[in-house]
Design a binder for this molecule. Structure first.
Ligand code: GTR
Length: 386
């Protein structure tokens, strides 16, 4: 079957809440050996690692940890479109494994007047914005908005690790550093490669004295939001993990099967998820996990989900439920006093609580100044800056 025929063969896409099956979701707080998860120790040493391993095996593929060397080359770039209010560092990250080297470029904008290490946002970018055009008006990565709030703004383009392209996605770390992953059913694909890239950015941030790496947020929109959540689940160094409208395979519950489905995403983007994930095409009920457990895997560090009203393809309600149900780890294991509305309403709202944040805005699928304003407010609150 060609891709076209596969699309026709799959279950029809719908947006009808009455067709959503009764949800039977795998438990966050029961281990695979049947044990009840009760303490931070149970969570951090047993349940969280086994969930992350399950997501690697069944959904995203692996994020390999091994390499031989990492080196950083930093150049101050005095001429840049944001020089009025920020200093730009262009960072080249060299990662070597088995005699081969991959180079990633990162741009890091620092507020001009900072006199101590600043908290930072790292955007996983799939839109070739900033890195290619330096477009000053770009709302997707609004440097001025971020640095004016006292944060550093970093961006890396996924192109440097795995191009967002079905024909070229291996041209990067899969061909160069981890070729053995290409033939494994649970091998790294695009999303895991992007998460790997974000983890390397954190490796750099920890070495930069102008940045406070203990207050770092990873953020992505849509496909980048899926990668951001997967980054935060894998790498516990991130203080805040932010998904903006990540939808299917991101924050949204797969088992609701509304809007984008597993079959549709695997057919449209076969290079994002592991081959194992394809076994769940039109079989979401057989998935041994769901995305609320990915959100839970970020606990006890902070997690944030942003949605928009018209973004029905990404299932805003499924994103909300996933956050609400997944966040039981924060309340039941870490004793946070969380208060989510009983019933979900598709209404503009902001729920900023300790370690768990949410907003729903007007409008369509995008990462906007409004979204940035909300996550900046949330970070201020987490870090006690306001
Ligand atoms: C869509 C895809 C979504 C989402 C989106 C995006 O075409 O179906 O899962 O990732 O692209 O990245 O904007």
């Amino acid at each position: 079957l060609g891709a076209q025929q596969l699309v026709l063969a799959q279950r029809p896409i719908h947006y009808d809440e009455s067709k959503v099956p009764d949800l039977i979701l795998p438990d966050v707080l029961v281990g695979y050996d049947g044990s009840l998860i009760k303490t931070p120790g149970d969570w951090e040493y047993q349940r969280r690692p086994e969930l992350v391993a399950k997501f690697a095996d069944q959904v995203y593929g692996q994020v390999p940890k091994d390499f031989d060397q990492i080196a950083f080359e930093v150049k101050a770039q005095p001429n840049h479109p944001h020089s009025k209010y920020s200093n730009l560092k262009e960072v080249a990250i060299y990662i070597s494994r088995k005699g081969k080297t991959q180079i990633m470029q990162v741009k890091l904008y620092l507020p001009k007047d900072a006199n101590k290490p600043v908290p930072v946002f790292v955007l996983i970018s799939h839109r070739n914005v900033e890195t290619v055009t330096g477009d000053i008006e770009n709302r997707f990565f609004p440097v001025e908005q971020i640095v004016s709030r006292g944060y550093a703004a970093a961006i890396f383009d996924v192109e440097f690790v795995s191009p967002d392209d079905p024909d070229r996605y291996t041209v990067g770390i899969l061909d160069e550093l981890y070729p053995e992953q290409k033939t494994m059913p649970n091998g790294m694909k695009g999303l895991s490669a992007w998460a790997w890239g974000a983890v390397r950015v954190m490796d750099y941030l920890e070495k930069d004295p102008e940045v406070d790496a203990s207050r770092a947020a990873v953020i992505g929109h849509s496909r980048g939001g899926k990668a951001a959540l997967w980054t935060g689940a894998n790498d516990t160094r991130w203080a805040i993990t932010i998904s903006n409208e990540s939808g299917c395979g991101g924050a949204a519950l797969s088992k609701r099967m509304i809007g984008e489905t597993v079959n549709r995403i695997n057919t449209g983007f076969p290079y994002w998820f592991s081959d194992n994930f394809k076994a769940y095409n039109d079989k979401e009920d057989e998935l041994p996990l769901d995305q609320h457990q990915l959100i839970a895997s970020i606990a006890p560090r902070a997690v944030y989900v942003g949605s928009s009203k018209d973004d029905t393809w990404a299932d805003p309600k499924g994103e909300f439920l996933s956050l609400k149900i997944g966040s039981q780890v924060y309340s039941e294991i870490y004793g946070l006093d969380l208060d989510f509305p009983e019933d979900y309403k598709l209404e503009v709202q902001t729920i900023h609580q300790k370690n768990v944040g949410y907003h729903l805005r007007e409008g369509k699928h995008d990462l906007t100044a409004y979204d940035w304003g909300k996550v900046l407010d949330f970070a201020d609150m987490q870090y006690g800056l306001k």
